[in-house]
Design a protein around this ligand. Structure first.
Ligand SMILES: Nc1ncnc2c1ncn2[C@@H]1O[C@H](COP(=O)(O)OP(=O)(O)OP(=O)(O)O)[C@@H](O)[C@H]1O
Length: 234
């Protein structure tokens, strides 16, 4: 499902002549099989979000390969990446990333609009999805009129609306209380077990990591799984 090979990344900051290079990831290899839930753990600043941003194409590395669903994505242009994301990836963020000026309905409908789905089909699918996440009564509410748990459910509905086989989540329970967290984790497990959706989840939280089939840790820019260090000796 995801195959990352020999991926390194460094941020460059400052002006060209005085450029500072901050190495963040070193020769990362990560393989996520279809149907897995994999948690990425690691201290603050260890490079977890950077890895997810590379896998989602929001930042690009000059080195290494990323293959998702059999497609070599590392060298895609911006517009091809946008198409690829729409088709293959769903995203869930700690801060929900909903559009505040759009209702719950419009937020969930948006990917269908971007994909050019007809209005009638959009309506059927959006209402079905809002029902699935238990928010059919709240379709006209704006994000600011919903609780954190409800906002996260809208964002999940939006992530699921195009049936992506893979969901990337960055601290998905970070803004939720323990009851909403439990609910979300049960939903993730259900989506994984019943619908076969693969999840790659960044987390600090033991509860979240506990639903993962596998945990990988980023430490000092290297990816470790269990006690094994994936650093290639060069
Ligand atoms: N746009 C940027 N420009 C320069 N340096 C950056 C940038 N984004 C992140 N970094 C640096 O890269 C390193 C890794 O950051 P990253 O956000 O990937 O860590 P993280 O493990 O996700 O942290 P957290 O758990 O706190 O979210 C940090 O040292 C950070 O300061």
């Amino acid at each position: 499902m995801i195959s990352v090979r020999d991926l390194s990344y460094a941020f460059k900051i400052g002006k060209k002549e005085k450029e500072n290079v901050i190495p963040v990831l070193h020769h990362v290899d990560l393989h996520v099989a279809e149907g897995e839930i994999v948690a990425i753990i690691g201290r603050s600043g260890s490079g977890k979000s950077t890895l997810l941003n590379l896998i989602s194409g929001y930042i690009k590395s000059q080195t290494g390969d990323i293959v998702i669903n059999g497609k070599q994505v590392s060298k895609l242009s911006e517009s091809k990446w946008a198409e690829f994301r729409l088709e293959h990836l769903g995203f869930i963020f700690q801060s929900f990333q909903l559009i505040p000026s759009m209702t719950a309905y419009e937020n969930v409908e948006l990917p269908l609009v971007l994909k050019g789905v007809s209005e009638k089909d959009r309506k059927d699918q959006t209402l079905r999805m809002l029902k699935r996440v238990g928010l059919d009564q709240y379709q006209s509410h704006y994000p600011g009129e919903l609780s954190g748990g409800q906002q996260q459910r809208v964002s999940i509905a939006r992530a699921l609306i195009l049936n992506p086989p893979l969901i990337l989540a960055d601290e998905p329970t970070g803004s939720l209380d323990s009851e909403n967290e439990r609910e979300l984790l049960n939903f993730i497990k259900e989506l994984n077990e019943k619908d076969g959706i693969t999840f790659l989840i960044i987390t600090h939280d033991h509860e979240v990591a506990s639903i993962a089939h596998r945990k990988v840790e980023i430490r000092d820019g290297y990816l470790r799984e269990g006690s094994m260090l994936y650093e290639v000796q060069r």
